[in-house]
Design a protein around this ligand. Structure first.
Ligand code: CA
Length: 220
């Protein structure tokens, strides 16, 4: 899963990025509104954390532009303490959730995980897919009740496929959500990891559709 963090306070931005990375996210950071607006509009994110008080372009303006452009990415806004008008303006502009500064980092991470899960149509934190379950907060995948040993990259791919089970996920979509903006994208290593995952999750669970992508099948 990939997160965009738009926050001009470098210390807070770094803390948020580290907390999100510890929870298995890849992150891109923008320190002003214009750069944040640009990244959000041009890159694929699963969630965005958006400070409202930003240099360059105010957070509300960033969010308004994203929504006007049809972007559906879940957005959590960061607001100053006691400024409830900010919150209202944020929701009117299309925010999905908010956190008031100063906040607990783990609470923001939890809220982001919840937004992603809900956006993919899952109401509970533990997502089932056939014999597999993903605890979206702990990042643990079990098969028939036993926790799978997964590398970080394997976990990210499998979590994405479980969130989007029963539909074909193209390799481009997958790589868009696995790598940050600066990374070299590598379809071959995705293919290799999918091969390893196939053995871990069992026969026939992850299909490769030639020229289309991957399908994680989960009977209802
Ligand atoms: Ca700020």
């Amino acid at each position: 899963m990939r997160a965009l963090i738009v926050e001009d306070d470098p210390v807070l931005s770094e803390q948020l990025a580290t907390a999100m990375q510890d929870a298995g996210f890849v992150t891109d950071c923008a320190a002003d509104g214009a750069q944040g607006e640009y990244l959000g509009a041009t890159e694929a994110y699963d969630v965005a954390i958006l400070d409202l008080g930003l240099p360059g372009m105010p957070g509300i303006e960033v969010l308004t532009r994203w929504r006007d452009a049809g972007l559906t990415v879940p957005v959590l806004i960061l607001t100053a303490r006691g400024d409830w008008t900010d919150k209202v303006a944020g929701f009117r502009a299309g925010a999905d959730d908010y956190a008031v500064k100063p906040f607990r980092l783990d609470e923001v991470v939890l809220r982001c995980q919840t937004l992603i899960r809900r956006a993919a149509g899952h109401v509970r934190p533990v997502i089932r897919a056939g014999a597999l379950t993903l605890d979206s907060q702990l990042g643990v995948v079990t098969r028939d009740g036993l926790a799978l040993k997964l590398t970080g990259f394997e976990q990210r791919i499998l979590a994405y496929l479980i969130h989007h089970q029963n539909r074909i996920v193209s390799r481009t979509e997958l790589s868009d959500h696995l790598y940050d903006a600066g990374a070299d994208r590598d379809f071959k290593s995705i293919e290799v990891v999918i091969g390893r995952l196939r053995r871990k999750v069992g026969e026939g669970v992850i299909e490769t559709r030639r020229g289309e992508g991957y399908l994680l099948r989960a009977p209802a």
